[in-house]
Design a binder for this molecule. Sequence first.
Ligand code: BGC
Length: 732
Amino acid sequence: MTLGIALLALSCCESASDKPVYLDEKKPLELRVEDALSRMTLEEKVKVLHAQSKFSSAGVPRLGIPDLWCTDGPHGIRPEVLWDKWRQAGWTNDSCVAFPALTCLAATWSEEMSALYGKSIGEEARYREKDVLLGPGVNIYRTPLNGRNFEYMGEDPCLASVMVVPYIQEVQKNGVAVCVKHYALNNQESLRHEYDAVVDDRTLNEIYLPAFKAAVQQGGAWSIMGSYNLYKGQHVCHNQYLLNDILKGEWGFDGAVISDWGGCHDTDEAITNGLDLEFGTWTDGLTMGATNGYDAYHLAHAYLERLRDGRASEEVLNDKVRRVLRLNFRTAMRSDKPYGSLCSPEHYEAARRIGGEGIVLLKNEGGLLPVKADAKKILVVGENAIKMMTVGGGSSSLKVQREVSPLDGIRAAAPAGVQVVYERGYVGDVSGSYNGVVTGQDLSESRSSAQLIADACSQAADADVVIFVGGLNKAAHQDCEDSDRYGLELPYGQDAVIKALAAVNPSLAVVIVSGNAVAMPWVEDVNAIVEAWYGGSEAGNAIADVLFGKVNPSGKLPFTFPIRLEDNGAHALGAYDPKATEAHYSEGIFVGYRWAQKHGIKPLFAFGHGLSYTAFEYSNPKAKRSVMRADGTLKMSVTVTNTGELAGKEVVQLYIKDVEASLERPEMELKAFRKIALEPGESKVVEFVVTPDMLKFYDPAKGDWVLEPGRFVACIGASSEDIRHRIGFEVK
Ligand code: BGC
C-alpha cells in the first residue's frame, strides 16, 4: 500500500481517536455517510429503506446505527401504538400537549409564533425520543371541502412559504427531523389513493410547489413525505418528475423521501423514481410468503432480488441509503441533542399564545366584544363549547394530558359573580374515540332539536351576552382525514339555532371552531363572529382570552370564506368531483382570493381579513424611487398608527399587481407581510423591500420564472379586500 492510499484509508475509516469515521461527529457529514455506506452489506442497505413496524425503520445493529422512529404530527406527538398494529400500546407516559391546528398557526401570520410552535413541538418529540416528526403540512387550500385543510397553512403560497420555515428550523434544532407533507397536490381526501392531479405547469409552480420549495431550501427540511395521489399517471411516492427532477434535481434536496403510509405501489418505480424510505399501513396483505410482512414491502425483498440479479443498480441504492443515513446522523445518531421536554408549563403557554394570536375576529358590530365588564349573565350555547377536539380527525389525533374546552375557558375567565349558563342547542357528533383513545365524555342527549332550541332561547332572553360555540368537528366528512365535507353549510341544524338565538337576543357572538370555511346565512343577524380554529390543549383559554379582551385579536384569515361554494374556482368550474379519478385543476392559478378578485366576487370574509379591538390607520406610503431595475430592489414603506385605546397587533400585507403582462395574472398577489405590535397612539414605519422574485411569473413556454419589465402596483393593506394605499412603480 502506498503512503497516499494508506492515509486515505485512515481518513475514510478511522479518526485519530480510533473511532470509525462514521461515528466521529467532528467529521463532515458526507464523509461519515460514505464511511458507513462502505461498511454495509447489500442486505443491510436494503433493510434501512423500509419500515420494520408501524412507525419505525431499522438501523444497522451490527454497526451501532440506531433505528429511526417517526411520529405524527403535525399538532402534537401521537400516542404509542403497538409495534405491528394500529391499536394503542397502552402506555401511560405518552400524553402530550396539543398545539393549535396549522390553520390557526397560519392565521397568526407571525414567524415568531411559527418558531415558538416548532420549538415546543420539537421538544415534545425529542422527549418522546422520536427522530422524525410527520409534519408540517403545506398543501394549498384549494377547496373548502378538503377534510384535511385543518392540517395545512391556507390558500396562499407566500403565506404558507413564510410560515413553514421557522417551524422546521426550530423542530430540527432538537435533533428531530420534520417530514413535510404531503408532497404534492394532495388537495382533497376523496379518492386520495386514486386521483391523478391534472394541473398545468404554471399552476404547479406558482401555487402548489412554493411552500414545499421554501421548506426544503429555506427551512432545510431533512425529510419529505410523498403524497397518496398521482401526478402524470404516477403515484407521487415514486414520481420521476416531482421527486427526481424537481425535488432532488432542481431544488437540491439531500434528505430522504418517505412514502405516506401505504403510498408505495410499484417496486420498479419506487426504485427508480425517488422514493427512499417506504412506510406502510398494512403488514399483511402484501405477503409474498415471507414470515415478516415488512419483507414484502416494495423496497424490501423485491428490491433485494432485483439487486442480486442485476435488474437494479447499486448506484441508485447507494443514493437512497446515503439519504437515510444522513437523516439518521442528523437525528437518531446525533449525540449532542437536547433532551426535550413534555407537557411543560412553557408548552401550555405556547399553545395558548399561538391560539390567541391565531383566533380571527371576523365581525364585531357595536363593539359587542370583548364581553363587557358589567355583564351579569353569560349564556354559552353549542356542542363545540364542550366537545373535546383533540381526539379524531385521522392521523393527527392525539392523547392529551388535558384539554380546556371553550366552556371551561369562559367559566375560568368570567369575573367573579358572573353567572355562566350552558345550553346544548344542538346535537352533533357524540362519539369520542379515535384509534382506541377515548375522551371519556358522555355527550348523549335525549331532548329533541326543537326542545334544545327552545331551552337555549329561554335562557338567552335575559342573558347579557350569548356566546354560541359551534362549527365543525373531527368526525368523518367534517374536518377529518380520508374524507371530504359534503358541503359548505354548518352541520346538525346549527343555522337554525343561531337564527333563533339572534331573534331573541341581539348580543350574540358566534364562535366557529373549524379548520375550514363555513357558510353563514345568518351573518347579518349576529353582531360578532369569531373563527377560533382547533386550539388544542389550551383551546378554551385562548378563546376566553379573546372574548374577554385579555388578548386583543390579531389573527387574519389564511383562506377566503366564500359566501357560496360556487364562489370558489374549483367548484364554479365543476372541477372538484369527489368521485372522479382525475382531478382537473381547471381554475389554474386562480385559487382562493385570486379567483374571487378575477371575477369580482365579494367573499363572505376575505383572505387576510381579521379585526382588532383597536383600530389602525395607514398613512404616508412611500417608495424610494418610482423605477426599479430588473436586477435591483425597491424599498417602500407605510406608517401604521394605532388610533384606538388598546394595545394591539396588525398584520400589514403587501400585494403586488402586475399592470401589463404577456400572460394573464391575478388581480394581485400576496408577496410579503409584517406583524407589528402598537401601543395606543403609537406609530411604526413598516418597510418592505420589493425584489425581482416578487414580480415574476412562471412562464410554461420557457419552463422558467420570468420578470417582464413594465408597470406594477404595490398594494398595501389590512386584507386582500382592504387595500389602504397603492404605490405604482415601473420595472426597467
Ligand atoms: C397520513 C399521514 C400520516 C401517516 C402516518 C397517513 O394516513 O396521510 O399524514 O403521517 O398516515 O400516520
